[in-house]
Design a protein around this ligand. Sequence first.
Ligand code: ZN
Length: 502
Amino acid sequence: MENKFEELRKRCEEMAALGSAGALLGWDQNVYMPPKGAQARGRTLAVISELAHHKLTCRETGTLIADLYDWAQAKGYDSFEAAFLRAIKRDYDQEVKIPAELVKELSLATTASFEAWHKARKASDFAMFAPHLEKVAELNLRKAEALGYDKSPYDALLDLYDAGMRREKLDGIFAELAAGLTPVIKAINERADKVSSAPFKGDFAPAAQLGLALEIARALGYDLEAGRQDLAAHPFSSGILSPDDVRITTRTQADWLPACVYASIHETGHALYEQGFPGEFAFTPLASAASLGVHESQSRFWENLIGRSRPFAAWALPLYRKHFPGKFDSLTPEDIYRAANRSEASLIRVEADEVTYNLHIALRYEIETQLLDRSLKIKDAPELWNAKMKEYFGITPSNDAEGILQDVHWGYGMIGYFPSYTIGNLISAQLYAAIRKDLPGMDAMIEKGEFAPLLAWLRRKVHAQGRKYQPEELLDRAAGQKLSVKPFVEYIRTKYSALYGF
Ligand code: ZN
């Protein structure tokens, strides 16, 4: 059996190497590639993913998994071998169910829908995108049928991004979030001028923004010997080869400092997770996040729970002064804290603050679940979008570009992806509550810029586990809880009632 395991390991190593090559090409595509390179790059990436898909779904891999599964489980649930086989079996079972014909059709439809989405958004005309969205929904439904499910086809899609998540559970989560957050949003709207973000508006030299962002990333524990920071239009982080090469990107906006600083902290959070995967997991299916939601919990944790906290503002103020001489001299930590936490109902999800963000997801969730089960006609989707914006935020988009066409996900053919953002936000608040219990002196540490104990906690409980456990299992082990809305809503209510005085 040991020999067979080595054989499977070698196959996984090859898949991981292909994945790494694809990741590096993808990173380059977003950072350095000249525009004319796009087509050739697309072809190369398609070949790489085809090779990886074949390596995973071929008969030899299937036989090895079947032969080894019980042997590995017998080594104990927590053993490397058992977790390795659980992870690779899950990947295999999913991929092998989707017929090659459907994979091809999805890939063609996605290329067309992405282009159509791009043009439609530019023209702010949903009708141009509608037939493509129809096709995307139809193909996703076929994919769900191929994967199989108990209750809702949406469950099969969700499971691709967040193992074990179900629509039934999310219905409850979003209802509880809407009930908990709507009164907070209303109270904030009535006191909009209580909190000012003026300190972060002005003219900030891009080079100084990047210097500041990198200094913060390094202070949080980001290892620059195993990573680097570059510019990209849509910031992302990317693990290239192993925990030893995890790169981040950011952007700058001259008149709005948080665009760079908080995008950078967010991506640093993602990167710290991947830099924390154990070395022995490299080139195995375990060198990966437990789920998209857990990945997002790491970025949100640093961006919001820590990066927008009062002690963080006190620590960061001298850095703001250092990188922008004269601009922050008369400001206090409290000014910085308040500026970092102005909340405002806005039309665009990626610009939304931590109070309103999840309701942007709730409305996308309602629309995509209804599109998938055909209870909503495509042509009626913009109307539902606008009605929900009014219901949650009291504002209405003036056109499709700032409404239903704003996000790329459906254009990319992805249905079932959005909820992972909210799951991440919820987990981040649960982890935060757990860390506070374990590290009573946390605020004082943050104020001194001592982030190492926090990172060590996350490393131990989350990062070092890689993909050994299912997301809810990992959360239970780390925080002793099931996924819950309460800690998040509690955190929001406490923080913002104090900020806005209600
Ligand atoms: Zn993220």
